[in-house]
Design a protein around this ligand. Sequence first.
Ligand SMILES: *Cc1c(COP(=O)(O)O)cnc(C)c1O
Length: 547
Amino acid sequence: MKEIQKLFPSMDGNDFQREELLSYFNTVLTKIDELKDPNKLTLGEMPEYTEDYYNRVIQKAAIPKSGVSMDNVVQELLKLVEGHRFVNRNYVANAAPLPTIASIIGNLVMVLVNGNNLWDVEGPAAATAEVEVTAMLSKLVGYDENMSAGYTTWGGQGAVFNSLRLAIARYAPSSNQKGIPQNLYCFCSELSHYSLYKSVEATGIGVENMIRVTANADHSMNLEDLKEKIEQVIAKGGVPLYILATMGTTDTFGIDDIEGIKYIAEEMERTYNIDPIYIHADSAMGGMYTFFNQYDFESNPLQLEDKVNEVLTSYQQKFKQIKLADSMVFDFHKLGQTPYTTSLFLIKNRENLKYVDLDAEETPYVGNRGYGSYHTGYTLECSRMGSALSIYASLLAFGIEGYQELLANYIRVNIAFRETLTKEISNVVVTNEISPITTFRFYPEEKKWNDELNGLLTVEEMMEINQFNDEFAEIIGTDRDTIFFGNTRKQRLVKAKNSNNPISIYAHKFFAISPYTTIEEVDRYVAFLKEHLEIFLKTKRSMLTKI
Ligand SMILES: *Cc1c(COP(=O)(O)O)cnc(C)c1O
């Protein structure tokens, strides 16, 4: 056992074993730092992803008969890091965070004491941190912290699933025993994240009972369509159970009018004498902007520019209403810059948890003892990582103002990017509102965006433009080691001249997520696109003349 014990941190805190652990940290940090290059996206060279890449991984995989040295372990791990994308100024693709130092330390503390967030006896640090960040964020968004509850879970998607489970159990408390009623319906924007799609599959509600509401030009849910569709469901004997209000769509940052949604829900409840409709604010993307809920734009203490202020003022109006939702989520591992997975599911009224909590007799080995008073028997996970520690550390290190500065910069950079992009390139249009994301679409010749929006193009014409953008995405994708742009095949849906089916619009995506993405970098981003576009157009033309 002496050899085996050497694989563990010390029992008595001796210097020797600490130094050993520190030396491994040091090697890892040094090697990763050596691989960093501000002009590249990746840490070292990307592996060559040949067709049999993973096949070869499978063939060679084997557990060593006797363990290898720790130096070897570290070397093998560092091999995996080689070619990894690193979120620096060249990463403008998606909401991928560069974890802050505070959140890394928070995570490390969690790992070192390895608390289980299931029960405070097994994980007191994470339990206290979870209660504390729940109260901090409740106060921020306007939930009553004495009524609210929160727990970290598996992502924004987990929050959607958890909220749907609450909605079902609240409406039909016997459903945990007898299975769910067959006439339940959910409503979401046609641009919402697929989290609800998966959740209606997994809860047994069924995708056919998930009603998609059309989106407005600004990518928010169309409230007239919502009302009409709820009434249709009621008319045929269905139960409108749940509305997903997206606060920041994944690709375009559209923000649903939650006040309007709540108004319609209450109107339906009164008119048809139905049970309250559960509203979950899917704020996985946008929730961090509640950090501006109390910002005073008049005195403007951070001296934000007018254009940035204008966007943030409109966000404040929308995000102040998030308190109307029955639940919401903070996905810190998106705009909040913490490691995966750090999502806090926040519930306005903790009473609702009684519908999903386990009976004491079902949890024989934890909780419900004379000792310990925090036991999350209502979560879908059993053991839970204490990711509240990362969130807690980040909240302390940033403070409200630090987050405001970070979040304002996402907007500032996007404004500059849009201006430069449309100035430098003639055949491009920006296709969403100013936000941390810019979606944009190129045209082989002249711009036809207005025609596309107004249903004046045929399916074939739009497919051709989609194809053009798709090919271009491939071209710039191969050079992603220089700058990595995102793209989407469903930026929005539009009508075609010759079809009743809505057509998906393809677009490119610029996502200002790194703290190193500043306005000084914008010219570089646009130059990259311009150079590649010129080459792409040239090859396309020469191919045409060859035919
Ligand atoms: C990213 C996202 C999700 C999923 O969140 P995860 O943390 O990746 O599980 C859900 N909804 C929206 C709107 C999102 O942008």
